[in-house]
Design a binder for this molecule. Structure first.
Ligand code: GTP
Ligand code: SPV
Ligand code: MN
Length: 627
């Protein structure tokens, strides 16, 4: 930048000295044409900039439509690294590298990377503004589209700048988009580097402006970095989890659960379900978080959870009035929501995505797929075919939590006695149960209750699922995904299980109950055996009964599976044989699973805690003996 004094004047508003100095260094390195310190107050102007320069479209209904670069549509797991000065942090999945090596590479990538562009400086905080677990940071980026996403997803109002008046730690992140046409995405010459420098609470992201690659307070700072800090500080956990409250209107009691499901496996949906018609008068669901959770031991000794985010970045395909009416309302007309990479009708301004409606739109005229290509120009057999989706499978909506009518923050509007219990506790909501779960077509029943926390942690560590489109790679392939953290680990997986054990031991009798759920079993015809979505409440209610020492079930080597009559199935129609299939323990299949787990734990090696290895040996013996 020509005028160093102008930059200094802009950055003078940043009260945290070390952060200000880092920003000055980044300006010197990336040499933008100008630097702007922005907050939500600048939203309208940034929208106009995106419309003028980034192809953002204002929709007639008051929402916004964007397309990412066609080679930049999902998290790039293979290009995401964690760096530290301790080689012991190297795990199976985390792509660990020495910090020096990564800094060496990234220094040259960032050099001059913002020439001719504006560098936006966005102070933010994660978590509720009043929470003592709030974390503060600054993200810089050359992408105004990324800035608008940050505005919708984190605390970026004026308190964010004030929060930087601290002697504590400030998270720092920088995104240089780079030349997306020539980034070599997915080739041997891939130039992208997304790196979390764990010792420095610093993320440098080069080569993307979409999703988890570029929205740094999300998977980088609130998950990889936070989980690393949580272990060092001791006594808390940062997880890839939904948080949801189930308010029983009859007893007045609200129970909160967390659920760790891999990317694109149902967290957003489960967090905010509308109860099925027959349960509507009895239960009310409160969404606390749809993707991330910070879990601390509260001053009362209970496990307490907060959502570090202020908005939703949700998978669009599959979202409909039938599957997720709450989300549909939160992205309905006049919500100021962003849609990225869905299909758009340039004549009518409508949007469409797979399963929004049962059928494709009747008239194809005007419709463009997620890449902006007219549907009518496709060969006829590709126009209405699942194999050639209109929306990208990882297309997403971005909308603030306040748009969601069952967001827990709205409880404030209810008369005192109708509010869910504990909803605004400064340390977070108390957690009764932890759910693990992912997509599995076979073996895995609807729900299993694990007998204790050690077995629960073991079960999370050996979780394996079918891959989804949220990450670049082959969809549907089986892969291990411990605790739904596979792409997000910052240190060794075995140590991760050890840290979980430590936190649970500290909680003692206050430790939550553990369950494993699966909404994705399929029959021989390839159809889902369980209707899922709102109906999942039926499995959750059984889990909450178990927490209270009730709820009948069959004991198996893999935990307790509900008996058919222990589930409330009123008003639910299932295909013949479906219920039996999803509530059955198949001894032969589980003996195979035991072998897989043995191989998997061997891969993780001797860093897996002894206690967990003992639980595994017991499971193998039980599975062998069970007929
Ligand atoms: P990330 O945001 O990537 O971490 O994903 P998530 O875990 O929040 O996944 P999400 O709830 O967005 O669901 C992903 C996909 O699974 C969407 O297409 C949903 O429609 C679909 N889905 C969610 N719940 C269910 C369910 O109970 N049954 C079935 N069949 N599909 C579901
Ligand atoms: C996920 O992939 O788990 C997401 C979306 O929640 S992203 O922010 O891209 O990580
Ligand atoms: Mn996620």
């Amino acid at each position: 930048m020509g005028n160093a004094q102008v930059t200094r004047d802009v950055l003078a508003a940043i009260p945290h000295k070390a952060t200000r100095e880092w920003l000055e260094q980044m300006v010197e390195l990336t040499t933008p044409a100008q630097v702007r310190l922005v907050s939500q107050a600048d939203r309208d102007e940034l929208i106009e900039i995106c419309v003028q320069t980034e192809g953002l479209i204002r929709l007639p209904d008051g929402n916004y439509y964007a397309r990412s670069h066609r080679k930049d549509t999902a998290r790039a797991v293979a290009r995401t690294f964690v760096a530290s000065n301790d080689p012991k942090d190297k795990g199976l999945f985390n792509n660990w590298r020495p910090s020096d090596e990564m800094h060496g590479i990234q220094q040259s990538l960032f050099k001059g990377s913002m020439v001719g562009k504006t560098m936006y400086v966005v102070p933010f905080y994660t978590g509720p503004v009043t929470s003592k677990h709030r974390r503060v940071g600054v993200q810089i980026t050359d992408s105004p589209y990324v800035v608008l996403n940050l505005f919708l997803l984190y605390g970026t109002d004026s308190p964010a700048l004030g929060a930087l008046d601290t002697t504590g730690r400030v998270a720092r992140g920088a995104v240089a988009t780079g030349d997306l046409d020539n980034m070599g995405q997915g080739t041997d010459n891939d130039k992208r580097y997304f790196v979390d420098y764990l010792d420095e609470c610093l993320v440098l992201s080069y080569g993307s402006n979409y999703g988890g690659n570029a929205i740094l307070p999300k998977k980088f700072l609130s998950l990889r970095q936070a989980a690393y800090d949580a272990r060092l500080e001791g006594g808390w956990l940062a997880e890839h989890m939904l948080i949801s409250g189930i308010q029983d209107l009859k007893t007045g009691k609200t129970r909160y659960i967390v659920g760790a499901f891999p990317s694109a496996s149902g967290k957003t949906n489960l967090a905010m379900i509308d109860p099925p018609a027959v349960l509507k008068d009895r239960y009310r669901i409160w969404m606390v978080s749809d993707d991330l959770a910070n879990l601390h031991i509260g001053s009362d000794g209970k496990l307490r959870a907060i959502n570090p985010e202020h908005g939703l970045f949700g998978v669009v395909p599959g979202t409909s009035d039938r599957s997720n009416p709450a989300a549909m309302r939160a992205i309905g007309p006049k919500k100021g929501a962003f849609f990225t990479n869905v299909a758009y009708n340039q004549k009518t301004g409508e949007l469409w995505w797979e399963e929004k409606t049962d059928d494709y739109p009747t008239h194809l005229e005007g419709w463009l797929d997620w890449q902006g290509k007219p549907i009518l120009e496709r060969p006829k057999e590709e126009q209405r075919s699942e194999k050639f989706p209109w929306a990208h499978p990882n297309s997403r909506f971005t909308t603030p939590l306040s748009n969601l009518d069952n967001w827990i923050g709205h409880a404030a509007k209810l008369p005192e006695k109708e509010r869910p219990t504990d909803w605004d506790h400064p340390e977070g909501v108390p957690i009764s149960a932890v759910l693990w779960g992912g997509r599995l077509k076979t073996r895995e029943p609807l729900i299993r209750h694990l007998p204790d926390y050690a077995t629960g942690i073991y079960d999370g560590l050996v979780m394996g699922v079918q891959a989804t489109a949220a990450a670049e790679g082959e969809v549907g392939a089986f892969k291990e995904d411990p605790m739904a953290m596979r792409p997000f680990f910052s240190y060794h997986e075995g140590d991760y299980a050890g840290h979980w054990l430590e936190v649970m031991e500290k909680l003692g009798k206050n430790a939550p109950a553990f369950f494993h759920v699966n909404w994705f079993r399929k029959g021989e015809d390839g159809k889902f055996l369980w209707p899922g979505y709102g109906e999942n409440l039926r499995a959750i209610l059984w889990a909450l009964e178990r927490v209270e020492g009730k709820g009948a079930g069959t004991e198996t080597p893999a935990g307790t599976i509900p008996t058919a009559d222990a589930l409330n199935l009123e008003g639910l129609k299932l295909a013949p044989g479906a219920l039996k299939a999803i509530l059955t323990y198949e001894p032969d299949v589980w003996r195979e699973e035991a072998k897989r787990r043995t191989q998997w734990l061997a891969k993780l090696g001797d860093r897996v805690p002894k206690k967990i290895q003992e639980v595994h040996r017991q499971f193998v013996r039980d599975a062998e003996a069970y007929r």
